[in-house]
Design a protein around this ligand. Structure first.
Ligand code: ATP
Ligand code: MG
Length: 320
């Protein structure tokens, strides 16, 4: 549905998007994840025909976005990082106005506006001016406005930044509902959990480059990680760690507190042998829990960007 080839965007000498290529399949939710300044908005703005690329090609459903921008824009919906709706107009009128911009007649646009207000649970506030909406309601109406002409592809730039947990959850549900109705969705975000919950495929973007792309599972498998087991025991681990490491060469053990330790190894951990070791030492093991790497671990490993930086940026966005 979307095809990007060798796309580059330079602002004077600065390369914001650096020779990226990707494809998005029909009906999937694709997430572009990266820290501030990675080049996400520049990428999306080229994809929707707002910015002219320095080099490269973009097609959406076979339409060349650079040469046939107007035609491409009839099949896409755009939710920008800042709302483009009118403060003084009501929610309903804003939707109808957007419908008119797409050439829908009065009857068509009023019908669709009503249907969207209902779908987005905004039908009780449809007559309020946009400025009287809460942040979460504003974001929902902005998404509704992007859907007025029933686009096949929806682009969302940071749809949940700056809104509360409950509104973010509602927006994620709406996005999933749209996917179930067959809409292809391209979303940018800072938020690792969001891509993990929502997206069929993900690209990690840093300094204008895509450093990894795939499903969560593919990304997980793309890095080699250590096997880890967390054990809860009845004696202080410090007393037997040295002996343990001697017995299980290649494994390392770190005491987490007086009653628990984490064992890490490049090889699969022989849990049964380890339990036997503890039994010999008359140490009771209450719990053994395997620790799995998270998408966050993969992101940090592949991008060298600490996830704490992403989180901080996201919080900053939430406060704005
Ligand atoms: N119009 C512009 N002129 C010059 N530089 C720009 C312009 N727009 C963006 N940039 C620069 O390009 C880089 C990428 O910016 P972009 O907005 O695409 O990043 P982003 O990933 O969307 O970041 P954020 O998470 O903050 O939204 C940044 O260094 C930014 O300063
Ligand atoms: Mg941005």
């Amino acid at each position: 549905m979307i095809n990007i080839k060798n796309l580059t965007k330079k602002y004077d000498d600065f390369t914001a998007v650096d020779d990226i290529s990707l494809t998005v399949k029909k009906g999937e939710i694709f997430g572009l994840l990266g820290p501030n300044g990675a080049g996400k908005t520049s990428t999306i703005n080229m994809m929707i025909g707002l910015f002219f690329p320095t080099a490269g090609e973009i097609t959406i459903n076979g339409i060349d976005v650079i040469r046939q921008t107007k035609k491409a824009q009839t099949v896409i919906g755009i939710v920008a990082d800042e709302s483009n709706l009118y403060n003084e107009m009501s929610g309903f009128d804003n939707l109808c106005f957007c419908g008119a911009l797409y050439g829908m007649n009065k009857k068509q646009r009023e019908l669709k506006a009503k249907q969207l207000l209902k779908q987005f649970n905004l039908h009780n506030t449809g007559n309020k001016p946009f400025k009287a909406y809460s942040k979460g309601m504003k974001r929902k109406l902005t998404i509704a406005a992007a859907l007025i002409h029933c686009p096949e592809v929806l682009f969302l730039d940071e749809p949940t930044t700056g809104i509360d947990v409950e509104s973010s959850r509602q927006i994620r549900e709406l996005i999933l509902e749209l996917k179930n109705q067959g809409t292809t969705i391209f979303i940018t975000t800072h938020y690792i959990e969001e891509v993990q919950r929502l997206c069929d495929r993900i690209a990690f973007m840093v300094n204008g480059k895509i450093v990894a792309c795939g499903t969560v599972l593919e990304l997980m498998n793309s890095i080699s990680y250590n096997h880890s087991v967390h054990l809860t025991v009845d004696k202080n681990p410090q007393n037997f760690i040295l002996e343990f490491e001697k017995r299980f060469e290649g494994s390392s053990a770190i005491a987490k507190d007086e009653k628990s330790l984490v064992i890490t190894s490049k090889e699969k951990i022989p849990l049964l042998e380890i339990l036997n070791f503890f039994q010999e030492k008359e140490i009771e093991v209450y719990q053994a829990r395997q620790l799995h790497p998270t998408l966050e671990d993969v992101f940090v490993k592949l991008t060298a960007v600490e996830s704490a930086i992403l989180k901080k940026e996201k919080e900053k966005g939430d406060q704005q």
